[in-house]
Design a protein around this ligand. Sequence first.
Ligand SMILES: Nc1nc2c(ncn2[C@@H]2O[C@H](COP(=O)(O)OP(=O)(O)O)[C@@H](O)[C@H]2O)c(=O)[nH]1
Ligand SMILES: [Mg+2]
Length: 407
Amino acid sequence: MFARRCFGFSSRNPCLLVCSRRFEQTIGGNPSCRRQQSPSGVESTENASPLSGDVLGKYAKLHWDDSITRDDPEVQRLKKELLEGSRAALASAITLVESKNPTKRARGNHLLSEILAVERQKLAQQGTDALIFRIGISGSPGVGKSTFIEALGMELIEKHGKKVAVLTVDPTSQTTGGSILGDLTRMNELSRNPRAYIRQSPTSGSLGGVTRGIHEAVILCEGAGYDVVLIETVGVGQSEISVAGMVDLFCLLVGPGHGDELQGVKRGVMELSDLLVVTKSDGELEPKAKITQADYISALKYLRPRKEHWKPKVLRASVFKPDTVAQVWDAMEEFRVIATKNGALLAGRNEQLTMWMWNHVKDELMNVFQHHPDVVKKAPFLEREVRRGLRTPGLAAEVLIRTFFGL
Ligand SMILES: Nc1nc2c(ncn2[C@@H]2O[C@H](COP(=O)(O)OP(=O)(O)O)[C@@H](O)[C@H]2O)c(=O)[nH]1
Ligand SMILES: [Mg+2]
């Protein structure tokens, strides 16, 4: 009943209202509350007093900063410098959108809106050719992603006069210390080239948060005048799905294995791929690479293509043979031209934007939820109960959710 009352309140953040009331209780207010035990063992609260604006403000400050506006001098400075192509401004802007600090994030959000508005204008004036080409490159660790990106990036800069941004998402780096050093040494030439920008994703935070930051970084790279953005992601399931949701073309790299390689690649990831590239097709690995290519071509016959206008291709490449890297780029360009002509590229992006809106909601709600004082208090106890098998995960989740809503 209380929740309904709160949601009826005219506010931009209904959940904030709900939480703030609970916050008020925790920090000592609200003596008129009567607590009851519900059938599932959850403490419920009735006869809550109306929200006090002061407490609401305190809670909101933990999550949002409404004092920042689009005219904020820092936002305007970064906008100007970023649009002029400053790498330092781009780096600061990405740090803002990745930040968990409410003030920084508010600046990041305003900056993003400003940049998006400029991009929309550019799109209206110049058509889809003005769009950056967003390419996801995925594959198991060691398959050759970073090395391939170095070769492809240099090909784009030197032969096609492009500016290239590389963003990496490595969810495994949180646990293993990651391949960050490895990635940078593999992209040695690219990282020193003034027409390239390389950014490693933060190694802390939820995968959802990290990939959300990447999606926004892509938009910022576009604003800074990059023509192509390559997103490297390690193939561990969820990260590919997130990355596939932020790119125009998803390219899967596979090693020159011997049949069992095919088993290792999840069907779902293959279904996401617009392009498959068998790597290391050189020296004694070349015959194996050829067999692998044939295997994937036949495996793909059994999959329904994800896109109407494009049948996924399987190519072979070696970083020691520049013509093979060029062929991969030709296939990528062919995809882009087709998707641009028939409108699929823009339609896909607009679709992705709505998906990201929901990702933000999920992430933000989770953030607010996990910081709710009563949830923080109860969660360890419930986790213990679930681990011991005394309560089912579903029921424990229900308790937490009821706690959050004060039901
Ligand atoms: N022979 C050969 N080795 C390669 C090629 N591409 C990458 N490698 C090697 O594969 C290893 C892993 O490469 P890396 O780019 O770090 O893989 P990542 O983990 O997928 O980013 C490195 O030792 C590379 O030198 C290639 O085209 N041919
Ligand atoms: Mg790598």
